[in-house]
Design a protein around this ligand. Structure first.
Ligand SMILES: *Cc1c(COP(=O)(O)O)cnc(C)c1O
Length: 471
């Protein structure tokens, strides 16, 4: 399997190259040169497999020859062994034709773990093979940072430095990062906003000598391997509900478009998916695009579902490339206009194609609280604000005879205030996280000064070298 850039200006790469590179050198995103196709018998052969085994078999064509299949199987087994539910991504029925697929049983209680737990292990494996080390640097406003830290903690070949805005994350979010005390993890609380953190990460990458010295790398949501690792759970739930012998629909609470892109990829591989619903909060650039072909940036407004508070969905470029029939030059031109003018004039034929692939659904904060209360009242189910948007979206587009599965992307205990407002209950953290508030923390507070942050990154690398030499 080879990968090409959505902007048409990069040499084809294999899976491991795409994994380590993240972004293509022409600024585009990597996509498969051609899509694998599973026929009905191939899908049926996956029925009833343990999740890790199913994941390895679904990802196999994307990984190709670049990692031996037995290794991929072992990495998947290891990645999902730490989940708090034996089914890894269980289905819960909440209405006669509506299911929640729980993607939050990983270490940080949110769906990012589904891909990140595997990604950390893939990085370690590939870097060991190549005799390399990297330092992953990232900025977080909360959830992504903890998933990345949990994925990299204790890995041999990877150091990770995550910047968060000092005193501007929730306590649960901070503690999920700062209580991971592995020697290869460093948390920096930057005295500034989330935007300052992002600017700092950009500045670190822009400093070419430093980037080379530290072998800087990223694990952001545009990494193809993350998308690939999100395909298997769609396969698992579709098979459980009757595919390939009947169609299934999905509703996905969406931010950067990574999760729902994976659902689209599953359909592209031949999984019989009828309707794909994109659920948004008030920051609904994608729903607006689907209803009126208006792809324009507006300022982000905070909501009860912060992981969906986005201005631009970074993975949308992969869909755009598909809508434009793999025309890299046209994709590059539209992305350039989007960046320059804040608005993307998508040709009508491409937009019409998009509307045949996806349905859009928007739910504001009051609607989200109403849905949380309804699910609790009618089914005794506690769905967090993100999951509730997915479930409301699924409910809206549900049709008789076609099971509708909504992705439940965060554990309700991560959003106790919204849950209490809607249901009167504060859901407890699961037992393995119950002592989160008693665990010791480690982080350093740093001014928004590049030399100071670079010193932290170097200190982590040297600390690690010293510890390795001592062994
Ligand atoms: C990241 C995230 C989302 C959005 O997923 P995308 O892949 O960015 O669309 C939704 N819900 C939760 C809880 C998340 O952490």
């Amino acid at each position: 399997m080879r990968y090409i850039s959505t902007r048409g200006g990069a040499a084809p790469r294999d899976f491991t190259e795409v994994l380590l590179a993240g972004l293509a050198e022409d600024g585009g995103l990597f996509v498969p040169e051609s899509w694998p196709h599973f026929v009905a018998a191939d899908w049926r052969a996956l029925r009833g497999l343990p999740y890790a085994e199913l994941a390895a078999r679904v990802m196999r064509p994307f990984v190709g020859d670049s990692i031996p299949f037995a290794t991929l199987q072992a990495l998947c087994r290891d990645a999902y062994a730490g989940f708090g539910h034996a089914a890894v991504a269980p289905l819960v029925q909440v209405d006669s034709n509506l299911w929640a697929q729980e993607l939050f049983h990983g270490p940080t209680l949110a769906f990012k773990d589904m891909a990140m737990q595997l990604l950390g292990r893939l990085f370690d494996h590939v870097l060991t093979e190549q005799g390399k080390r990297v330092t992953i640097v990232g900025a977080t406003s909360g959830d992504t940072g903890s998933a990345a830290i949990e994925a990299c903690a204790g890995r041999e070949r990877v150091n990770i430095v995550i910047l968060h805005p000092h005193n501007r994350t929730s306590e649960v979010q901070r503690r999920q990062m700062t209580t991971v005390l592995a020697p290869n993890v460093s948390n920096v609380a930057l005295e500034g906003t989330f935007d300052d953190c992002q600017d700092m990460v950009k500045a670190l990458f822009a400093d070419a000598p430093f980037r080379t010295e530290m072998q800087l790398s990223a694990v952001n949501s545009i990494n193809w391997a993350r998308v690939a690792a999100q395909i298997p759970y769609y396969v698992a739930s579709a098979l459980a509900l009757g595919a390939p012998d009947r169609e299934v629909s999905f509703a996905v609470p969406t931010g950067n478009f990574g999760n729902v892109l994976a659902a689209w990829a599953a359909r592209r591989m031949g999984l019989p998916i009828k309707t794909l619903v994109i659920g948004s909060n008030r920051n609904n650039i994608l729903s607006r695009f689907l209803s009126t072909n208006d792809m324009s940036m507006v300022p982000v407004e905070p909501s009860l579902s912060p992981s969906m508070d986005i201005q631009v969905s970074s993975n949308f470029e992969r869909l755009l490339f598909e809508l434009l029939e793999h025309d890299g030059a046209a994709t590059a031109a539209l992305m350039a206009r989007f960046r320059a003018e804040g608005r993307m004039p998508v040709p009508d034929v491409a937009w019409t194609r998009a509307t045949s692939l996806f349905r859009g659904f928007t739910l504001d904060d009051p609607g989200t609280l109403t849905e949380i209360a309804r699910l609790h009242r009618e089914s005794g189910y506690l769905a967090d604000p993100h999951s509730s948007i997915g479930l409301a979206a699924g409910r809206h587009f549900s049709e008789p005879g076609v099971p509708m599965v909504a992705m439940a992307t965060a554990h309700p205990a991560k959003f106790p205030d919204a849950m209490e407002q809607a249901t009167g209950q504060r859901p407890p953290l699961p037992p393995r996280l119950a002592d989160l508030y008693d665990r010791p923390e480690s982080f350093s507070i740093c001014p928004p000064d590049i030399a100071a942050v670079q010193a932290k990154v170097r200190a982590l690398a040297f600390r690690n070298i010293a510890q390795r030499n001592a062994r």
